[in-house]
Design a protein around this ligand. Structure first.
Ligand code: SF4
Ligand code: SF4
Ligand code: SF4
Length: 170
């Protein structure tokens, strides 16, 4: 009987110690929410594609809050850059991707092979594709941000990225 009481007491003390340690750990490792990072993150398209050279949208939002440029999110395109620049109170700058290549590509759908599965629409973060189920789909060229995210999901491989020359108008 005494042994059982000692065992119960030991388990109770151990549980209490563990509880205290967990409580201390949660205080020590607690990450402070940063409202600015939240606001930046809310503007980003949340595709987690990594084309900004960060592991996802949140790490890039953190980097912008720490002073990184706002022009690295390819899927977000100009509209996202404008919103980020506005939020950060800075001048709008050209996309780093445009600066790197000077050649912009846009998605083009070979409509003969499109089966209207809508997978490309679901993948596009900026609603640059129009079409309905079992009907031909089309890319709105001026809305396409060149992110390539629609290409892989297409089951018939009918989406190609085609180059267009960058002019002051685009
Ligand atoms: S490129 Fe844009 S959408 Fe892709 S992970 Fe970076 S911030 Fe997110
Ligand atoms: S490349 Fe495809 S997914 Fe990306 S913006 Fe253009 S149409 Fe949309
Ligand atoms: S993913 Fe391909 S086949 Fe499906 S709707 Fe888009 S273009 Fe057509």
């Amino acid at each position: 009987m005494i042994e059982i009481l000692i065992a119960v007491l030991a388990i109770t003390i151990l549980a209490a110690i563990l509880g205290i340690l967990l409580g201390l750990a949660s205080i020590y490792f607690k990450s402070e929410a940063d409202p600015m990072v939240d606001q930046i993150d809310a503007i980003l398209p949340q595709t987690q594609c990594g084309q900004c050279n960060y592991t996802g949208c949140r790490p890039y939002a953190q980097a912008i809050a720490n002073g990184d440029d706002v022009n690295k999110c390819l899927p977000g395109g100009q509209a996202t850059m404008d919103k980020l620049a506005d939020l950060m109170g800075i001048k709008v700058i050209q996309s780093v991707h445009d600066e790197a290549t000077k050649i912009k590509t846009v998605a083009f759908i070979d409509e003969h092979d499109c089966i209207g599965c809508t997978k490309c629409i679901q993948a596009c973060p900026v609603d640059a594709i129009i079409g309905s189920t079992k009907a031909m789909h089309t890319v709105i060229k001026d809305e396409c941000t060149s992110c390539v995210l629609c290409v892989a999901p297409c089951p018939t491989n009918c989406i190609k990225m085609i180059p267009i020359t960058i002019t002051p108008e685009n």
